[in-house]
Design a binder for this molecule. Structure first.
Ligand code: BGC
Length: 677
């Protein structure tokens, strides 16, 4: 054998082994979706379900770096966009109708500070009203402080290219945080800095349309530093410690197009490093090596500067050394993959790989964006189901994924792509500004409703007979315990269990609740014209009841884990599941093999073995079937009629009521000692 033959054999062996190891170490997973049950979704009941938008994409008539760029480059102009600045009120109704409990949106710096020396308080006021309105609807706001757009003056001064400019943005962040952090607990600093720099300074597709690695390096570094400063400074402000401030990273998965081709692998690894790894490593270690630089540098305050990591995931890209550098060209895809309207493929498996990539940051993961451009809503339903399945499975496998925000609430201005790409759950007719829920929107909403805590319904009309003066003028549920009405304690507990909406049946004394509010829950009150009793109150509220609801008593405090009760109810297909404690002084029912056998509040029998603890899960169909107009009592009527069809949920957690001054003072002590946790 000649020397070159030996060399060739050695080379081929080395090459095959390297490719083999790479393939093993970095598999490109593809699931056989036909074999999977996509309806098998399991999410914790306190999972954060949301939708996301960004100011420049929906508000309309913004004047910023983007609007200038659109004009100067002959792009489709954002113009009035979704006219959200004037229609936010109706749009928030749409969010509520979806059933999501969270909404991620961005604050438009250019509106608030249109020129360097003008600060528009009226605009801040509107954002503040928007926040209040969201909260009153039971929707928690999550604010992004920079989502691709900023004032023209800032850009004119060099934007994030210049290190000294960062302080302008930090100043804006601090003021906004001071205004809103008493109500807003979720903050994202900068949206996708890697996209901002690559698109704006390498590919030239975003403002300022530059193509310079040198500038891209400075912008990357300054943005990382801006993020770190923002995080550290906001944490020091009032409410800072209680706020969740995170970093939002777009994860692009890069896979070699030909898995036997080392050049494709090299390209994949370079892009992965530049687009994903260097940013995540920076966050973890505090040392950042900006894409295309040789050396890393320490950035003050960067290490660990995220209370959560926001993952924006859309696709994977198949790499070759000759990949298109223009987003208009079709990226490569596997033959079986769907090509989305944005030309890149749908690859849900990449979401799991994104979780794997961010996991070692050791902070909770939120999918802050995931969605698809699909004009006719042909494959969005499938997109949603697959990505939620991946998320649900990841949670079961132990990933700390806490929330999912669909991109986007409604069709909107898709940056350089204009209005052609439609990402919304609601279709927007840009001529009339009419919003219409798409089939995919209905699907997402249905999944959320199935996986969220049901509505709570509180019977709050009861007047205390044994509390003397205390309840002469107010219903029992408004009696203060440790400084707050008992109903506030009940709502606090329910909110902690993941509930967002409460229907309060105020009896005929509804006016007493006139100024009653809760800082986190969306409350609906229903007052009766004449006293109707507990059953009558429910029947009177049929239109306001959801299909299944958690029924509570306005004068009882019962800090149990709702999730167990809810799961039991749905798993057993029950129509009424009642919580029963076996460790109560007195008994008022008999249960056997998980069913109610007998219930008698006034004359308990010898063989009674449980006490109804007050938290039940009820299907509306029961109220419809057995209810009647007029005055009637819930327990006396319903429990006797369907007793054996009532399922028992055993839970011996202590149950508190304020029926007598003595019991009231015991509950008072309990709260003074810290209450339930
Ligand atoms: C951005 C959004 C954009 C979405 C869809 C994300 O990278 O944050 O603003 O609309 O992708 O392309």
């Amino acid at each position: 054998m000649q020397w070159w033959q030996i060399t060739l054999i050695w080379f081929l062996c080395f090459y095959s082994i390297s490719i083999f190891i790479l393939s093993l170490r970095f598999p490109e997973k593809h699931l056989d979706w036909n074999k999977l049950d996509l309806d098998d979704l399991r999410f914790p009941k306190d999972f954060c379900w949301g939708v996301a938008t960004a100011s420049h994409q929906i508000e309309g008539n913004n004047h910023n770096n983007w609007s200038e760029f659109e004009k100067n480059n002959g792009l489709e102009e954002s113009g009035i966009a979704c006219d959200h600045w004037n229609r936010w009120n109706q749009d928030f109704e749409l969010i509520k109708e979806l059933g999501v409990g969270h909404y991620r949106f961005s604050i438009e710096w250019s509106r608030i500070q249109p020129t360097k020396d003008v600060w528009d308080d009226l605009i801040v006021k509107q954002y503040s009203e928007m926040v209040d309105d969201l909260i009153s609807k039971g929707i928690e706001p999550m604010i992004t402080l920079h989502h691709f757009s900023h004032p023209v003056w800032f850009q004119d001064e060099g934007g994030f290219e210049i290190e000294d400019n960062v302080s302008y943005w930090i100043n804006f962040c601090e003021i906004i945080f001071n205004e809103l952090s008493d109500r807003v607990k979720w903050w994202c600093t900068i949206n996708e800095p890697a996209v901002f720099t690559t698109m704006g300074y390498v590919l030239g597709e975003f403002p300022p349309g530059a193509r310079s690695f040198k500038k891209a390096r400075s912008v990357s570094k300054n943005m990382m530093s801006a993020h770190a400063q923002c995080y550290r400074n906001l944490k020091k402000l009032p409410n800072g410690e209680d706020s969740n401030i995170g970093f939002v990273k777009n994860i692009n998965i890069f896979d070699p197009y030909k898995r036997w081709n080392i050049f494709h692998w090299i390209q994949a690894k370079i892009l992965d490093e530049m687009f994903n790894k260097c940013w995540l490593r920076g966050l973890k270690t505090g040392r950042f090596r900006a894409p295309s630089s040789i050396f890393s540098q320490k950035i003050d305050g960067l290490r660990g500067s995220a209370d959560f990591i926001g993952v924006n995931y859309y696709t994977h890209l198949l790499t070759t050394p000759f990949m298109p550098t223009s987003v208009e060209l079709e990226p490569l895809k596997r033959p079986w993959e769907i090509r989305t309207d944005f030309r890149y493929p749908m690859y849900a498996e990449g979401l799991r790989r994104s979780f794997e990539m961010v996991e070692n940051l050791g902070v909770p993961i939120y999918v802050t964006e995931n969605g698809v451009a699909d004009k006719n809503d042909d494959f969005r339903p499938e997109h949603i189901r697959k990505h939620l399945w991946i998320t649900s499975r990841a949670i079961l496998d132990g990933f700390n994924v806490k929330g999912f925000f669909h991109w986007s609430l409604m069709d909107n201005f898709e940056w350089a792509e204009g209005y052609a790409q439609r990402f919304g759950l609601y279709h927007v007719n840009y001529e009339t500004q009419k919003r219409t829920l798409k089939e995919s929107g209905k699907l997402y909403s249905g999944i959320i409703k199935k996986n969220s805590m049901p509505q709570i319904v509180i019977l709050a009309g009861g007047l205390g007979t044994r509390l003397g003066d205390l309840t002469e003028k107010i219903p029992k549920s408004l009696v203060k315990v440790n400084g707050k009405p008992i109903i506030t304690h009940i709502l606090n507990w329910a909110h902690g269990q993941g509930c967002r909406n409460a229907l309060i049946l105020t009896g005929h004394n509804g006016h007493k609740f006139k100024n009653f509010n809760h800082d986190k829950m969306s409350l609906t009150f229903n007052q009766e014209i004449e006293p109707l009793g507990t059953g009558g109150a429910l029947f009177n509220s049929l239109d306001l009841l959801e299909d299944n609801f958690i029924l509570l008593w306005g004068d009882d405090y019962h800090p149990i884990q709702y999730e167990k009760l809810v799961n039991q109810h749905f798993n057993s297909n029950s129509k009424l599941t009642m919580t029963v404690t076996e460790s109560h002084k007195s008994m008022n029912l008999k249960h056997f093999e998980g069913r109610l056998i007998n219930y008698d509040k006034t004359n308990p029998l010898e063989d009674f073995n449980g006490y109804e603890a007050g938290t039940s899960l009820v299907s509306k169909s029961i109220v419809e079937k057995y209810g009647k107009p007029g005055k009637w009592g819930w327990e006396q009527t319903i429990y006797s009629k369907i007793s054996e069809d009532i399922f028992i949920h055993l839970d011996n957690t202590k149950f508190w009521d304020i029926g007598t001054p003595d019991r009231l003072s015991k509950l008072e002590d309990f709260f003074k000692e810290g209450g339930a946790r």
